[in-house]
Design a protein around this ligand. Structure first.
Ligand SMILES: *Cc1c(COP(=O)(O)O)cnc(C)c1O
Length: 401
């Protein structure tokens, strides 16, 4: 390791609070690769955790940002700005839900807005406020979204947590039914759980949740922060199931690399928020909105929804071949280009071995290696990446044998 990386990491450890423990410093990115602080090029199969769906520094996104930055960098939400307004209309169009949008700056904030909207409506409709969320789900790191995230490691040390959440087992409709009571106003879930282990909802579960929400007059809220924006081969992962949520949230890939979150509603819940009932200073920032519009344009022009499906299938087959070869690998799961390799043991050493081969990947929970490559991935890139994965696994498991 040459000195640039070491210098950055030394300064980092001294100056940045230790919520993350990086051992790579990234200096630049282009398409499906990044360059580290020492000039080493790596395949980025993390996409910055599901951000770079159109790849790093896509020229169309870069020029949209440059143009907008030179024109209007911020606009108070006391005034309207054109990029955010157009983006809202576009998201409503892509959703087909006929509703409206509230803009925030992150996934946690988008979910916080969804929680507030559900409570505002529920309090006015039968004094209901409780939201049922799923174990192994992930919804963010603000206090309310941590309370919504039914995972111990995320909540530990932060008592007292906000009340108003009940937990159920994912893909277990009976468990959800048992968690619903007279206080319940909404059910919130990811169509594909990301942090919790790259686990897709079953068709039966998603349809069952929709039916339950209809029956009990509850909002169905989909957290699309990680699985949305084309990642699974449709604009939104709930579209893979033929059901429609009442609300869904976006962030991560939405801003094409800039911070942006959004809450999208259907028509029924479009006007629950009223003047000054909720707000965000930077929400709908024109530069972030211009980047988002350009990103959506690229996904459309380059046919990236189909690409996610097609390359997702090829990638899944390649990973399945590794599962067939190594006893320590149990299963491939996920959807589109959101794939998880389930390990009998710790996933971390595999992520480390992949990095040594020149490929960045993620864990999801302790036992799953998570791959979120940019959707602009080409077949040649995938072949090269699969060779690296194959070599890393051979190396690792031969050593252990
Ligand atoms: C990352 C993530 C969040 C939190 O987003 P932030 O932008 O980090 O606040 C929420 N929900 C899901 C499903 C996520 O993957």
């Amino acid at each position: 390791m040459s000195n640039n990386t070491q210098e950055v990491l030394n300064l980092y450890r001294k100056s940045v609070m230790g919520t993350y423990t990086p051992d790579v410093a990234i200096a630049s990115g282009k398409g499906v690769t990044v360059r580290d602080a020492d000039g080493l090029i790596l395949y980025d199969f993390t996409s910055g955790i599901g951000i770079h769906n159109v790849g790093h520094c896509h020229p169309k996104v870069v020029s949209a940002v440059q143009e907008q930055a030179a024109q209007l960098m911020h606009c108070s939400n006391l005034f309207a700005n054109e990029p955010a307004t157009k983006l809202a209309a576009k998201l409503v169009e892509l959703s087909g839900l006929g509703g409206k949008v509230f803009f925030a700056n992150s996934g946690a904030e988008a979910n916080e807005a969804a929680i507030k909207l559900a409570r505002k409506w529920g309090n006015a409709n039968g004094g209901r406020y409780e939201i049922v969320t799923m174990r192994q789900g992930f919804h963010g790191r603000t206090l309310a979204t941590v309370a919504a995230t039914a995972q111990g490691w995320c909540q530990e040390g932060y008592d007292p947590l906000p009340v108003g959440f009940a937990y159920a087992d994912y893909n277990d409709l009976e468990s959800v039914k048992a968690a619903v009571n007279e206080r319940t106003v909404a059910i919130m879930l990811e169509a594909v759980q990301g942090e919790g282990g790259v686990t897709p909802a079953t068709d039966e579960f998603m349809k069952g949740i929709r039916a339950l929400c209809d029956e009990k007059n509850l909002l169905m809220i989909c957290d699309e922060v990680q699985c949305g924006m084309g990642r699974t081969g449709n604009w939104f992962a709930w579209q893979n199931y033929g059901v429609e949520p009442d609300l869904f949230t976006l962030a991560k890939a939405l801003g094409g690399g800039l911070p942006m979150g959004a809450l999208v509603s259907n028509a029924k819940f479009a006007d629950v928020f009223t003047p000054s009932s909720h707000a965000s200073t930077f929400g709908g920032n024109p530069v972030a909105a211009a980047a988002a519009l350009a990103t959506i344009g690229v996904i459309e022009e380059e046919g990236l929804l189909d690409r996610a499906k097609e390359l997702g299938t090829l990638f899944r087959e390649a990973l399945q071949a590794e599962v067939d070869k190594h006893d320590k690998l149990l299963e491939v799961r996920g959807a589109g280009l959101m794939l998880g390799l389930v390990v009998d043991g710790e996933a971390k050493p595999i992520v480390q071995a992949l990095r040594d081969q020149g490929l960045l990947a993620l864990t999801a929970g302790a036992n799953v290696v998570r791959f979120l490559p940019p959707l602009v991935l080409k077949e040649e890139d995938l072949e090269e990446a699969v060779d690296m994965i194959s070599d890393a696994l051979d190396c690792l498991f031969d050593e252990q044998a």
